[in-house]
Design a protein around this ligand. Structure first.
Ligand SMILES: N[C@@H](CCC(=O)N[C@@H](CS)C(=O)NCC(=O)O)C(=O)O
Length: 204
């Protein structure tokens, strides 16, 4: 099956965008890439209609899909390669489910910290504590939780976790060196085709 024309709308420096590009790479789905130039734009047209003023979006023959999970699912439906994929709803034990929840929450908290105009505010202080506490939890639980995942070629959880930790380094949000088990995971997962094909860079 030849993939139809797809346009991914995002930024090469965005961790949520990278999740989708990682999936596209491993699933063998080609796409055009459209850069959102101004993350502070207030017009939803800048985000291809996403009223939440967020990226990424995928423009596909089936419609426009907002958000990384929706996009990854649509890429999987269109993919020429059939991979064993693990989605969030397939996680049945508390440790893997919490790893999923806390990874996505940390990604959103990181976005808030980067976008925040008042880094010394009480809210920003709380968000940094939230991120640090979450990273400690992720580091303490990553090995056991990933060990509970079903047999797979790729999981949304692992791709998101990889994009979170590498993005913390890329944007220098907090040091990740103290989190040894997360570092070990990232080094090993970084060998994958999807990781190598999608390095973070700032779009011009
Ligand atoms: N739930 C969305 C979150 C997307 C998101 O927060 N994207 C960031 C860029 S990585 C964004 O659009 N930030 C702009 C803002 O926060 O105003 C997803 O999974 O894609």
């Amino acid at each position: 099956m030849v993939a139809p024309a797809l346009t991914l709308v995002g930024r090469s420096s965005s961790h949520f965008t990278r999740v989708t590009r990682f999936f596209a790479s491993e699933l063998g789905v080609p796409y055009a890439f459209e850069v959102v130039t101004d993350l502070r734009a207030l017009d939803d047209a800048a985000y291809r209609g996403n009223p939440a003023l967020r990226l990424p979006s995928l423009i596909a023959p089936s419609g426009t899909w907002y958000g990384s999970l929706n996009i990854c699912r649509e890429l999987a439906r269109l993919a020429p390669r059939s991979l064993r994929l693990v989605w969030p709803e397939q996680l049945e034990d508390a440790s893997a489910s919490n790893l999923q929840e806390l990874t996505l929450q940390a990604m959103s908290t990181e976005v808030e910290l980067i976008m925040n105009d008042a880094p010394e505010s009480a809210l920003a202080t709380k968000r940094r504590e939230s991120l640090l506490g979450t990273l400690r939890w992720l580091d303490a639980n990553v090995d056991a939780a990933l060990g509970r995942l079903p047999p797979r070629d790729l999981s949304y959880l692992e791709v998101a976790l990889y994009c979170l930790v590498t993005h913390l380094d890329f944007r220098h949000v907090v040091p990740t060196a103290p989190y040894e088990r997360l570092r070990t995971f990232v080094e090993s997962f970084g060998e994958r085709e999807g990781a190598r094909a999608t390095p973070f860079v700032f779009d011009r």
